[in-house]
Ligand binder design. Sequence first.
Ligand SMILES: Cc1ncc(COP(=O)(O)O)c(C=O)c1O
Length: 445
Amino acid sequence: MTKQDTATWIEKDKRQLHPVYHPKSHANPLVIERGEGVWLHTTDGQKILDGMAGLWNVNAGYGREELAKAAYDQMKDLAFTSNFSGMTNLPSIQLADKLAGFAYEGLNTTFFTSGGSEANDSAFKTARYYWKRKGKPGKYIVIARKGSYHGITLAATFATGLEKYQTMFGPAMDGFVHIHAPNPYRYEGKINAGETIGQAAARELEEAILREGQDTVAAFIAEPVMGVGGVIVPPADYFPLVRAICDKYEVLFIADEVITGFGRTGEWFALKHWNVKPDILAFAKAITSGYAQLGGIQLSDEIRGTMEAAAESEAYMHGYTYSGHAMACAVGLKNLEIMEREEFPKRARELGKRLLDGLKTLIEFPFVGDVRGLGLVCGVEIVSSKETKAADPAMTMKIFKAAQERGLRTRPLGNILAFSPPLSITEDEVDEIIKRLGAAMDGVA
Ligand SMILES: Cc1ncc(COP(=O)(O)O)c(C=O)c1O
């Protein structure tokens, strides 16, 4: 296709409203035509290394025929059937069976959604349901963290701890309270004498439960590694303390592993790094590597048990048309087979170390304040001064654009550049990310 064709496509593209839309940020989009491994091809002939695996999800990389065939074969036989009362289908049975206990021991029940926002909404409703069944209907509040991202449905929007997603959609929904996350580079909560950041942030959780009242708090939700909030890797003492506090005050722990699930951080699921287990797990994205729309929650056996013993008037009246979508589940199953066969967690550990080590060499630029990561998810924080750590979103955008001109796609998140490439990436391609980013930084320096 020619440049002229691309201009026509961009004009026609105005017929659709894009996610998180502002005309300025969508003035000149890349029109992607094809993908292959970690590479994206645009209609005007550019070849771009996708350092974000789409939106942290195309873990198996682009152009996998096996996944296309799984979708084709399933669609031919049965694309969809209702999964509501009295019906089910084979791929959703097989996938739920495969997932039973896969992420965490004791989480043996899966409820399917079409994505991560629906998964978190389902988690909140399930927490409320659980406490009603336990005779504690006053427990409805969800404690979340500032800086967190949990999605875009109304409830997920107000569970999210980033104000810009809420400003134009208020008034705020009742029932969400936010506390600080343990950000090792810039913790903004109060640290008492002798406390670590992990201890201080966990204490905030305890204080929030006591302030709101134990009898009102249903759940605590956290991304094990915060993604959209800036790739924040927590200190090792944080999540074990969180788990203990949740147990002490009868608060369900919801792990939002929409980004971190399925190998991204070097374990199949990220709380494993700290030997912690949630009560509800939200997943999406990499379950299909983005080849089909699928997400879900997994429930502890304890929560599932409350559903089995419920009266008919207390049925779990929750479900989407596409819960357990046959084609999406078939793709998920095949994708899991690929992830296991190609040892994605191991790849994430090894290649993630290479990526992080490489990115750390860029710390010598005066505007690189911090470089961090876990497995194949990394963040580079851009500041105007290393001493004051003042955030520099304008410089971040400059570097983002300079990188894109050099054929590297990253994602600017305020003053952080995020990296989350396909787990199928090769060593040479990891080196290419570092080389292109370094050249972009040289260009703007
Ligand atoms: C941690 C987290 N939770 C939930 C979501 C929402 O998922 P979806 O966009 O599939 O609704 C996202 C999306 O980026 C996410 O990063």
